[in-house]
Design a binder for this molecule. Sequence first.
Ligand SMILES: Cc1cc2nc3c(=O)[nH]c(=O)nc-3n(C[C@H](O)[C@H](O)[C@H](O)COP(=O)(O)OP(=O)(O)OC[C@H]3O[C@@H](n4cnc5c(N)ncnc54)[C@H](O)[C@@H]3O)c2cc1C
Length: 465
Amino acid sequence: MSVYNPINTAILTQLTAVVSPANISTAEAERQLRSHDMSQHAPCMSEVVVWPTTAQQAADVLCIANENRVPVTAWGAGSSLEGNPIPLFGGISLSMERMNHIIEVHANDFQVTVEAGLGYKDLNAKLARYGLFFAPDPGANASIGGMLANNAAGSRTVKYGATKDNVLAIEVALADGRLIQTGARSIKQASGYDLLHLFIGSEGTLGVITQATLKLMPVPTVMSSVVATFGTVATAVETVVAIRGSGLDVAALEFIGAKSAAILSREHGLDWGEYPTLLMEIHAAHAETAVLDIKLVREICEELGAIRIHTTTDAAERKQMWTARHHNFETKVRVFPDYKWQLMDIAVPISAYPELIAFISQTLDFYGLEGMMIGHAGDGNLHVEMPYKDEVTRQSTLQANDAIVDKAIALDGTSSGEHGVGIGKAKFMDREHGTAVAVMRELKQTLDPKGILNPGKIFPPKSEH
Ligand SMILES: Cc1cc2nc3c(=O)[nH]c(=O)nc-3n(C[C@H](O)[C@H](O)[C@H](O)COP(=O)(O)OP(=O)(O)OC[C@H]3O[C@@H](n4cnc5c(N)ncnc54)[C@H](O)[C@@H]3O)c2cc1C
């Protein structure tokens, strides 16, 4: 029996009074739309979708939900890959989509304050005229709140950090309806407990982020891309470690396995061929610096046996390459139309990257699986994409997934580099964090004693209630 109460007419009336009739819906189509993310996790419908348009409304909705013991699952853009925003226990899908404004650009401080529902691509489009950008870049047009809640990262994390490194302050609605601000606009902050980072990566289980002040970067004057192809995975991966070890401050350092390279180059009109490939980006303030950096990248790639090295500063060509990379998953879905996908996101210390990749190749062979590798190699992050059609193959992908995640943890890495825990990685939490999971549960209990915030996520099911 559920510990939660169903939403009745009295609760609907209270919610409607807070957000107005235009911002609440029990329509099946709206609930259906927010019943799944971009993963293969089974969909679940909420009972009602509520769109707050102010932070106070979000807080008031939580207050009502808490008093009535109704679950609330925040919804950003639904682009998660671990089932993170699926309302497993029904209740309220709290969609932040209508809180999507820039509150203030602090151009002289390289900062912006935004509402949590704003898409990061929309943000960057609006920041272009200031010559500034928000650096973390997950491929999909994720919301800022969803990126903070999942601690999203991406290709540029190797230089600019993950979302957690690019946020200065947030406003959060707590389960009991309090609104708090934590953090400050000063870069240095040494005042009190770091509550800000407690909420980053908490996947809407500790509070709902309504507003954030983000760090921005100046758009680099010179941007160059380098593609290097290798005869073996081992040499490509050794090159990743060598480039990082050289002290070069690359803005992106992507490993693209041979199968992935073949598909992306064929589908996007590139000439990479079917080889283990490194796609790199160099950002510089001066053309001279960029030339020196590229020279060093070339030397390292040549020394480690690259078959071909191509460099370009041409904007159109760079766009073509990075579009191929950013549209990796959509491209594969198009190329394999009848397949479903088991997607894996893991990360290890950079020195363990070669061992991880070798283990993945062996594991895929052992299970007879068609697996494709692609990842943000510069920071030790890797994705393995395993297509399947039938239940037998699906079971094999799950076994391979578990073996590879276990290996990543054993290599002092993590079960999730950037997609969060959601439903899919919950079973690895005890193995990865040991007794620290009990402390996480205590924090959850303190901030959300009735367990209304995104129940069923992060913690393994037995420890949820
Ligand atoms: C093609 C593709 C490529 C991707 N590439 C990357 C990548 O390179 N790097 C990467 O990190 N991710 C990547 N992702 C995953 C995804 O984009 C990120 O996890 C992103 O952070 C999700 O943001 P969202 O706005 O879609 O959040 P949602 O999926 O809507 O929600 C994410 C989680 O945050 C919670 N939440 C949402 N808004 C709030 C809020 N305001 N306050 C509190 N909790 C909230 C939700 O309840 C849920 O638990 C990719 C996804 C796709 C489909």
